[in-house]
Every structure is written in structure tokens, then in C-alpha cells.
Design a protein around this ligand. Structure first.
Ligand code: ADP
Ligand code: MG
Length: 338
């Protein structure tokens, strides 16, 4: 009988993950029990964790490079929303027992790409085999000047509401991935799927918004839901003019072909753009940031004092100026049987 070969935990750490720790001396090449990071005086540590689960956040046949990219990107997006500079991350990897070396190698390759793009290093983690679905938990560490982190709580009536980039590509990309946008030209489908699989955390934007924005959040659950979180935390409401919400050429084509997809763009998640608020006096500064970063920053509405709209704190205005009733536009929520 042929001997069954197995891959050991320490092979995975030494051969696949240790190369990703080279940029950070305090990671000790992943050979010690923990990493040691010095913090410059006056800087505060910003910490965030996100988990991705096979079958929930990605599909078993997704390219492992993309799974890894997104697992890191969604964490860095949270740092961006706080205005933090990304520094390092840890990875708790539970690989399904049947994945094999090639999958893990490709996963590590995707991480390498993502961390190079955003200049962070892997500094530690845990590696286990699981009989259940693969699960990857990343904790991202960032730094921000003490007391200066962007919060969700600072939005005030009269502030303008902005979003970066384009909205809806993530959610439409998932539909395209599921084969539900077959009538859309292939190049548009590809563009949407790429945005779904390879989101770009807006770290440079977040850092610059510290001096300009009153509140910020990253759009992960859907624009309406996430702007709603800003409103709840700030104790305000918001009105959004739907026609102002920026769509990519691919998303615009999808909506032209099927108007119902406009709701998907507004409610669906996975954009990883920043939604933020700023007093009107900051408009010129925000336009300068947009030019410097070559990233569209679009004003889509205003913060108001009223919080009592029936569908939640965010009121949507149609092109005719009338309020759009949009129940069920509240974003994705994980839930358990009671
Ligand atoms: P311990 O048993 O002491 O917790 P491990 O044997 O789990 O340590 O890990 C050894 C070293 O490898 C540690 O520095 C740990 O942070 C690192 N490590 C393990 N798995 C990963 C991973 N998936 N990504 C990055 N570092 C890892
Ligand atoms: Mg361990």
C-alpha cells in the first residue's frame, strides 16, 4: 500500500507564511511565540478582525489567490475607515483537510500580492486543519495619531455625505459570479467580478480624511446599511439622492438593462469604498484630496437632524425628489436559529 503523504503545520508556516513576514523584523521570521512591535510615541494602535468562511464569504471554487486578497483587503478597509496607516496583520488559518498543498500555496501567493500592494507584513497567526469549511481570520494592526482616529459618531446635521469610487460593483459582481447577469457584455461582467474578488481598501483616502471628515465608515454591508450605522452612532438621519450615487460603467450598464438592480447597488455590500460626512466648509479640501488621489469623491446627500424615517435613518430620494420606499434594503446580516 502506498504511503499517504501529509503536509505538516510547520511546513506550511515555514515554507508558505514565513516569507510573508520578511518585511517586519519583529515577526522573527515566524519562529518565536509571538511578534514584538514597537509603537512610535504619540501613535495609537488600531486593531480590527474579520473572518471569511468557505460557503459564506467565498465559494469553494474561487481562486485561492482571490480568497486571500479579499481576506486581507476587508481588514485593511476597516483600518482605512478609521484613518489608520496599515502596519501588520496576523492570520488564523483553518484549512479544510482536503484542500492540499497547491491550494495553500496559491492562497499564500494571493496574500503576498495583497500585502505588497498595501505595504503590510504578516507577523503571526495560527495554522490548523479543520473537518469543516475553511475559515480565515485576519487581525489587522494599524497606527493613527493619538486621539485622531475617524469615528462613525461625528456626523452632524448639515454635513454633506460622500462616497469614494463607485458603489454597487461588489454586489453586482457577486450576481455576475453566480451567472445571473448573462445578458451583460462579458467585459462588464469581468469588471464587476474583479471588483467583487479584489476590493481595494481606501487606506490613502482614510488617512487624508482625518483632517476633513466628521465621520466615516467602509461600505461592506451595503451603502444604505452602512450609512445607517453612521447615522445611528451619530444620532442623526441622512438623505441620499439616488441619482447622485456614482456607478461604474459596468454597473450603470447592468442597471440600464434591469432597473431592479439599482436597489442591489444601493443595498448590496462588498464595495469597500468609504462613505463619509463632512461640513460644507470642507468641500474644497475634499475636492483637492480627490484630485491628489485620482479617486472620485462624490457628494450624494446630506445629514439631517430627523432620525425617524420608517425604513430607517437613511431616506432615499428619487430623481423626482420624492422619497423612495425601500424596505428590505438594510444590508446583509449573519443570523442564527433562535
Ligand atoms: P504556538 O503553538 O506557540 O502558538 P505555533 O506553532 O502555532 O505557535 O506557531 C509558531 C509560529 O508561527 C508563531 O510565531 C505563529 O505566530 C506563527 N504562525 C502560525 N501560523 C501562522 C499563520 N497562519 N500565519 C502567520 N504566522 C503563523
Ligand atoms: Mg498555535
Amino acid at each position: 500500500m502506498a504511503r499517504r503523504r501529509t503536509i505538516g503545520e510547520f511546513d506550511v508556516i515555514a515554507r508558505l507564511f514565513a516569507p510573508l513576514a520578511r518585511g517586519e523584523p519583529g515577526a522573527y521570521g515566524l519562529t518565536d511565540d509571538a511578534a514584538v512591535l514597537a509603537m512610535p510615541a504619540g501613535r495609537a494602535l488600531v486593531v480590527t478582525t474579520d473572518t471569511v468562511v468557505a460557503g459564506v464569504h467565498f465559494l469553494a471554487d474561487d481562486p485561492p489567490e482571490d480568497v486571500a486578497w479579499k481576506a486581507l483587503a476587508v481588514n485593511l478597509s476597516d483600518l482605512a475607515a478609521m484613518g489608520a496607516a496599515a502596519r501588520a496583520y496576523t492570520l488564523a488559518a483553518a484549512f479544510a483537510g482536503d484542500l492540499g498543498w497547491n491550494w495553500m500555496r496559491r492562497f499564500a501567493r494571493g496574500l503576498a500580492r495583497a500585502q505588497a500592494a498595501h505595504r503590510v507584513a504578516l507577523i503571526g497567526g495560527d495554522t490548523v486543519a479543520t473537518p469543516g469549511p475553511s475559515t480565515f481570520t485576519i487581525t489587522a494592526l494599524g497606527a493613527v495619531a493619538g486621539g485622531r482616529a475617524l469615528r462613525r459618531s461625528g456626523a452632524r446635521p448639515g454635513d454633506a455625505v460622500y462616497v469614494s469610487g463607485t458603489i454597487g460593483d461588489g454586489a453586482l459582481g457577486l450576481l455576475a459570479r453566480q451567472g445571473k447577469l448573462e445578458r451583460l457584455p462579458a467585459r462588464h461582467r469581468r469588471a464587476l467580478i474583479r471588483r467583487y474578488r479584489r476590493p481595494l481598501p481606501r487606506l490613502a483616502l482614510g488617512a487624508r480624511l482625518i483632517d476633513a471628515a466628521s465621520a466615516a465608515i467602509d461600505v461592506s454591508d451595503g451603502l444604505v446599511a452602512d450609512l445607517g450605522h453612521v447615522c445611528e452612532t451619530s444620532g442623526v438621519g441622512a438623505v441620499v439622492e439616488v441619482a447622485r450615487v456614482p456607478l461604474s460603467p459596468a454597473a450603470a450598464a447592468a442597471v440600464r438593462a434591469d432597473n431592479a438592480l439599482a436597489a442591489t447597488a444601493l443595498a448590496g455590500g462588498d464595495d469597500y469604498e468609504l462613505a463619509f460626512t463632512a461640513p460644507p466648509s470642507r468641500a474644497a479640501g475634499i475636492a483637492r484630496i480627490a484630485r491628489a488621489l485620482r479617486l472620485p469623491l462624490t457628494m450624494i446627500g446630506r445629514i439631517e437632524a430627523v432620525t425617524g424615517a420608517a425604513d430607517g435613518p437613511v431616506r432615499l430620494l428619487g430623481p423626482d425628489g420624492r422619497t423612495i420606499r425601500a424596505p428590505g434594503i438594510g444590508g446583509y446580516r449573519h443570523a442564527w436559529r433562535a
